[in-house]
Each structure stands twice: as C-alpha cells, then as structure tokens.
Design a protein around this ligand. Structure first.
Ligand code: ADP
Ligand code: MG
Length: 204
C-alpha cells in the first residue's frame, strides 16, 4: 500500500475549504485572523498547479505543491507547509509504499522543526504532526496495516490538536499574547490534523 499524492493534495485542499472559516476564527483569537484564507489560497493554487502539470509521481506532486505553497502563502504557514512537502518529496523519490511514506512524513516533520524551531508543547502545528508521525511509526513497528497505522496517526494528530488549547504559545504570532494564548486551540495544529486525515484518505 502507498499514497496517491495527487489525491492527498486534493483531499487536503477540500478539507481546508470545508474548515477555512474555523481556521480563520481560531487565528482571530490568538493571531491575525488569516490562517483559513492563507491555507485556502495556497491549496487552491496547489490543486490548480496539479491540474495544469498533470503530475502524478508522488515526489513530483509533493515538490510542486511545496513550491506553490511557499510562493502563494504570505504567512508563517507557507514556508512551514512548503518545507514539509519539500522534505516529503525528497523522501518519496525512492518510492511511496507504506514504509517509505512513513519516512517521508517523518522527514516532513523534521523539516518543519528545522525551519520553525518549534518544539512539542510550543502550541504549533508541530503538536499535531509529532504525535501523528510517532503513532504511525509505532503502529507499523507493531505490525499494523497501513490503514490501521494511519487511523492511529489521525487519532494522535487530533488529540495533539486538542491538547494545544491548554498550552501557552512559544512560537509564532500567538506567542506575543503570552498567557492570553492559553485556552485557545492552535490554528496550525488544526490544519495539520487535516493534512494527516487527508493522507489516510489517499492510501491506495
Ligand atoms: P501567520 O502567523 O504568519 O499569520 P498563519 O496564520 O497562516 O501565519 O499560521 C499560523 C500557524 O502557524 C500557527 O497556528 C502555528 O501552528 C504555525 N506556526 C507559526 N510559527 C511556527 C513555528 N515557528 N513553527 C511551527 N509552526 C508555527
Ligand atoms: Mg495568521
């Protein structure tokens, strides 16, 4: 089993579209009320680029998506999601079966951390991505199927997302609020949980 990367990007775009208002509302509470708009603009452009290029090779799809996101999203999330997809692209050059896919997601997460310097607990997208990638690796190491492992990853991402509510923001715009950031769910962790859900839906 592996991933249909074009379907991953399309499904992520559809989930962003569906949740754009919520993402912006979350960002209104602890940021500048643009996360839904940023992600919608980026993912709409990514889908348009896919349609134009007709790319289907996973590495190519991820690389193209990365470039579009970096170019079309003004906010912090553009370079971060861009780096995620760029690192995924490199890792997927050798193949896109389940094991390689897990490595690619780990590489993507490492890229986000290298770029944004956020640690788990800083109230960012890293708080959804880290438990997801860990759960994926654990489930696969225990002999779980790709579907089981991705189910576990989605649950972990959503738990990580929910747990950001209680955290104090230490990175990004929300960190300017200090204690006032506590009690609000992080927008980037919310979109990152959608990214993992989209990956589960793109397993083939
Ligand atoms: P901006 O903050 O520039 O308006 P967005 O609103 O699109 O950008 O994205 C905000 C989200 O980006 C935050 O909710 C957080 O999850 C994520 N983020 C911000 N800074 C970092 C960072 N240094 N590392 C990881 N994620 C970050
Ligand atoms: Mg914002």
């Amino acid at each position: 089993m592996g991933i249909d990367a074009a379907s991953w990007v399309r499904t992520f775009a559809a989930l962003i579209e569906e949740n754009a208002e919520q993402l912006t509302a979350l960002d209104a509470a602890i940021g500048d009320a643009d996360h839904g708009d940023n992600m919608r603009r980026g993912m709409t452009a990514a889908v348009a680029a896919l349609e134009e290029s007709g790319a289907s090779d996973p590495a190519q799809v991820c690389k193209q998506t990365a470039m579009v996101l970096i170019r079309s999203i003004g906010g912090a999330s553009g370079p971060l999601y861009g780096t995620f997809f760029l690192r995924c692209a490199s890792a997927l050059e050798s193949g896109s079966d389940t094991a390689e896919l897990a490595k690619a997601l780990r590489a993507g997460l490492d890229g986000v951390v290298a770029r944004g310097k956020a640690e788990p607990g800083d109230k960012t997208m890293v708080d959804a991505l880290t438990p997801a990638v860990d759960a994926l690796d654990t489930a696969l190491a225990e002999g779980g199927s790709a579907a089981e492992a991705f189910d576990a990853a989605v649950r972990a991402a959503e738990q990580g997302r929910d747990a950001t509510t209680a955290l104090l923001a230490r990175k990004g715009r929300a960190s300017y609020l200090g204690e006032r950031s506590v009690g609000h769910q992080d927008p980037g962790a919310t979109s990152a949980a959608l990214l993992i859900r989209a990956a589960r839906e793109a397993l083939r």
